[in-house]
Design a protein around this ligand. Structure first.
Ligand code: ADP
Length: 255
């Protein structure tokens, strides 16, 4: 996308679950090449927003516009074909495959869809695509995973599993990357490395939206922050502006 263009525009999105309004006419615009933070108390609608943008939920009202095209109600695999990638709050790696195979799957979007649909089939038949293999090795190198490439994710420390998930999301060559609490469970050094990786992803031209509770990380990493509370946007601006916004202080500290 051209510089200055908006990658994502959320227009008046409302998401209802029975009686509960998880998102209440939320609008926000994310320009190309930004790291946007989404913060807010538990239950404020952050993950629901990601589920709407990545196609896991169809909004009750409103629309999702990706690079000028209305993608409202598209399925997750269709959005992944349009180069939207995400990570999950709880890791979702393929536990029976090696780290390398997990990355190969990330590189192979069509197959990833079928494996996601039919996880119990014998999918361990990835022995051909040379170009994909080369790209997987690049990711292994870039994310410092060489020593663990043949291991199964579950045998590895949590911080490394998080890094694998990020590498796999990036394997899809996304233009929009959604990270759901990527620093959860990481130690200080791992958080520092994560920040560096996310900046390098942004600098390579990928727009990043990040849900995160670690306010130190959010404040230092994000170009712009949107604050949700009770399903509504209560503040939006640069980190320094948002930090002193009275509604934000109230939402975090209680009235
Ligand atoms: P956050 O990520 O900010 O903690 P969520 O988006 O997970 O908040 O949740 C917002 C509200 O929507 C919560 O009250 C939650 O219980 C509700 N919610 C989210 N997903 C569903 C669902 N699939 N069915 C019913 N309620 C849901």
């Amino acid at each position: 996308p051209a510089a200055g263009e908006d990658v994502l525009e959320i227009r008046e999105v409302t998401m209802r679950f029975k009686g509960l309004v998880a998102l209440d006419a939320v609008s926000l615009t994310v320009p190309t090449g930004q790291i946007r933070g989404i913060v807010g108390p538990n239950g404020s609608g952050k993950t629901t927003l990601f589920n709407v943008v990545s196609g896991f939920y169809r909004p009750s009202q409103g629309s999702v516009v990706l690079r000028g095209h209305d993608v409202t109600g598209m399925a997750p695999y269709q959005l992944s074909q349009r180069r939207v990638a995400r990570t999950f709050q709880n890791l979702r790696l393929f536990e029976d495959l090696s780290v390398r195979e997990n990355l190969l799957l990330g590189l192979d979007r069509t197959r990833t869809f079928w494996i996601w649909r039919y996880p119990s089939l014998p999918w361990k038949v990835l022995g051909y695509e040379q170009a994909l293999r080369r790209r997987a090795e690049d990711l292994i190198e870039r994310f410092g995973l060489a020593e663990v490439a043949d291991a199964e994710p579950r045998s590895l420390p949590y911080g490394i599993q998080r890094r694998i998930e990020l590498a796999r999301a990036l394997a899809m060559s996304p233009t929009l990357l959604l990270l759901d609490e990527p620093a959860a469970g990481l130690n200080g050094e791992e958080v520092r490395q994560l920040a560096e990786i996310v900046r390098s992803i942004r600098d390579s031209g990928v727009t990043v939206i990040i849900i995160e509770h670690n306010m130190g990380l959010v404040m230092s990493l994000c170009d712009q922050i949107t604050v949700l509370s009770g399903g509504k946007v209560i503040a939006d601006g640069r980190p320094a502006e948002v930090a002193v916004h009275p509604d934000v202080v109230a939402a975090y500290l209680g009235d």
